[in-house]
Design a protein around this ligand. Structure first.
Ligand code: HEC
Length: 175
């Protein structure tokens, strides 16, 4: 009980001191908190089976975003996982397999490459955005008819394209 009380007092004291010190030192309007700080626990890992396991096992020592920044093929991931296990990453064999499957499917150079929606061919959209042939062709013919897309919202206007698929890949679309 006492400990808690002291904690509260210390907390209030340091907060008000912090505010005072800040007010004295900088008369300018308060700046919004840097975005990165709020997003420390968010990640760019794409959705997919096994993502939770990757988050749990591979974010203990570094941000999981390091994985997205270093896409590689299956062999590359196998080697990396072996190396990380050597460095102390802990998981069961099943979990390591799940992690490998997730990374080999979702964090390869192809799966993380940016796709320019105004330049990509239907075949490219099909393979790298997992659109069906029909959807990819619908996007291209809509583009041919209506001109360049300006944003994701424009692409969502294409009839018969699953908006959820586009949302899932939205970080990779460029215009
Ligand atoms: C016990 C701590 C630890 C855990 C857990 C861990 N890593 Fe690492 N990781 C490191 C260290 C230390 C480095 C930097 C050393 C280096 O680059 O050789 C690193 C660097 C990396 C890099 C960048 C360097 C490279 O090899 O390209 C990747 C990618 C990576 N880790 C992937 C993973 C994956 C995937 C997992 C989950 C299976 C994981 N890490 C879990 C410690 C860890």
């Amino acid at each position: 009980m006492k400990m808690v009380l002291w904690g509260v007092i210390a907390c209030v004291a340091s907060t008000s001191y912090g505010v005072k010190a800040f007010a004295q030192q900088s008369p300018q309007p308060t700046q919004p908190p840097p975005k990165e700080q709020n997003q420390q626990h968010s990640t760019e890992l794409p959705p997919g089976a096994g993502r939770d396991t990757v988050m749990r096992v591979c974010s203990k020592c570094h941000s999981p975003n390091i994985l997205v920044a270093n896409p590689r093929d299956r062999q590359g991931w196998e080697d990396t996982i072996t190396k990380m296990a050597g460095l102390g990453a802990m998981a069961t064999d099943d979990e390591f397999t799940e992690i490998l499957e997730y990374l080999a499917k979702n964090v390869t150079p192809q799966a993380t490459a940016k796709v320019n929606m105004n330049k990509a061919t239907a075949a490219e959209m099909e393979s790298s955005l997992e659109l069906s042939v029909k959807e990819a062709e619908a996007v291209v013919s809509y583009r041919t008819k209506n001109g360049d897309f300006k944003s994701l919202e424009d692409v969502k206007k294409v009839p018969d394209v699953d908006a959820k698929k586009l949302d899932a890949k939205k970080d990779r679309l460029t215009f």
